[in-house]
Design a protein around this ligand. Structure first.
Ligand code: GDP
Length: 358
């Protein structure tokens, strides 16, 4: 499955956040056959629609989709020149599908900052610089070969062009993801550049920042088009010990209306380019993970590869229609249940039953 790699400078709260993620781990309870790596935290994607489906279908249990975060330890500064653990750090980032940077914006005199001051913009730049330098090295190696081969191969000429354009952005100190509005990231996919991965920023904040909308807007704007999540990692770990009412009260006291881990799960899912569709029956109400833009047969393949091969059609009702009408029969009577063929592109919230020939 796709993963987000958690990175950040020392002492910004990565371990605190990661521990909260792993303690919130649902896999052990819901997915007993899953293997869990020690450096992977798996969190549920909160989805109130599943609760409603379980009421409509009398489902015994609810299985939400999940999002996986990998803890990428190692030093950051100097990584691109292979200092110490730097190479390993970059290799681990290469394996992740998206980069989740934890940035410190909380003030606490007891927690030393590596550079002696809390400056989220400078911290972001430190990490980005290492990733940009690593990409520049990758291009330095790839370009001479591309120049040579492009003379004989037209496809490579297109790639060469895109690679040169990418080099220009990196020379300007920009990550490729930050210019995705003007630069087609898929044009350099085969070069596996680190800064072309999607980015997500987690601002580890205190009450002062969490209740300061202008400050949050400023930080959000600085990292756009990446998603930004604001949470207090220390509070998130405390929440896990509390019952629902006390947790709600604690969140409200720091100006949050939802647990940060929930926001993080949703943002992570979005950053990875994923979406869900839903199935429901007496046994379970379940969310299945697909990529945005997947067709019905592809979606069926997530349940079982045979479902993709033998796909005939899908019976689909949107969650909102089903919710309104209260049962499959009533939704059908209202003409809200559709039969879709193999070219149908799945929409978020589709409630589906597949018909297959196997
Ligand atoms: P890492 O080096 O990035 O993994 O950082 P840690 O998670 O080990 O956190 C470093 C220190 O900061 C620890 O003493 C944490 O208790 C503290 N810390 C982490 N998050 C917060 C936070 O949101 N607020 C405050 N005040 N302290 C925090």
């Amino acid at each position: 499955s796709l993963t987000l790699g958690i990175v950040g400078l020392p002492n910004v709260g990565k371990s605190t956040l990661f521990n909260a993620l792993t303690r919130n781990d649902v896999l052990a309870a819901n997915y007993p056959f899953a293997t869990i790596e020690p450096n992977v935290g798996v969190v549920e994607l909160p989805d109130a629609r599943l609760t409603r489906l379980s009421e409509i279908f009398g489902s015994e249990r609810i299985l939400p989709a999940t999002v996986s975060f990998v803890d990428i330890a190692g030093i950051v500064k100097g990584a691109s020149v292979g200092e110490g653990m730097g190479n390993q750090f970059l290799a681990n980032i290469r394996e992740a599908d998206a980069i989740c940077q934890v940035v410190r914006v909380f003030s606490d005199d007891d927690v030393v900052h590596v550079d002696g001051r809390v400056d989220p913009f400078a911290d972001i730049e430190v990490i980005e610089t290492e990733l940009i330098l690593a990409d520049m090295q990758t291009l330095e190696k790839a370009l001479p070969r591309l120049e040579k081969d492009a003379r004989k191969n037209k496809d490579l000429a297109v790639l060469l062009d895109a690679a040169k354009k990418a080099e220009g952005y990196l020379n300007d100190g920009k990550t490729l993801f930050s210019v995705k509005g003007e630069f087609d990231l898929s044009s350099v996919r085969e070069l596996h550049l680190l800064t072309a991965k999607p980015f997500l920023y987690v601002f580890n904040a205190d009450e002062g920042v969490l209740t300061d909308d202008a400050r949050k807007d400023e930080l959000r704007a600085a990292v756009a088009p990446a998603d930004a999540v604001f949470l207090d990692a220390k509070v998130e770990s405390e929440l896990l010990e509390l019952d629902e009412d006390d947790a709600k009260e604690l969140l409200e006291s720091i100006g949050q209306d939802e647990a940060g881990l929930h926001q993080l799960a949703r943002a992570g899912f979005h950053t990875l380019g994923l979406q869900t569709y839903l199935t429901a029956g007496p046994k379970e109400a379940r969310a299945w993970t697909i990529r945005q833009g997947d067709t019905a047969p592809k979606a069926a393949g997530v349940i079982h590869t045979d479902f993709e091969k033998g796909f005939i059609k899908a019976e689909i009702v949107s969650f909102d229609d089903l919710d309104t009408h209260g049962s499959m029969n009533d939704a059908k009577a209202a003409g809200k249940v559709r039969m879709e063929g193999k070219d149908y592109v799945m929409a978020d919230g589709d409630v589906v039953e597949f018909r297959s020939g196997v």
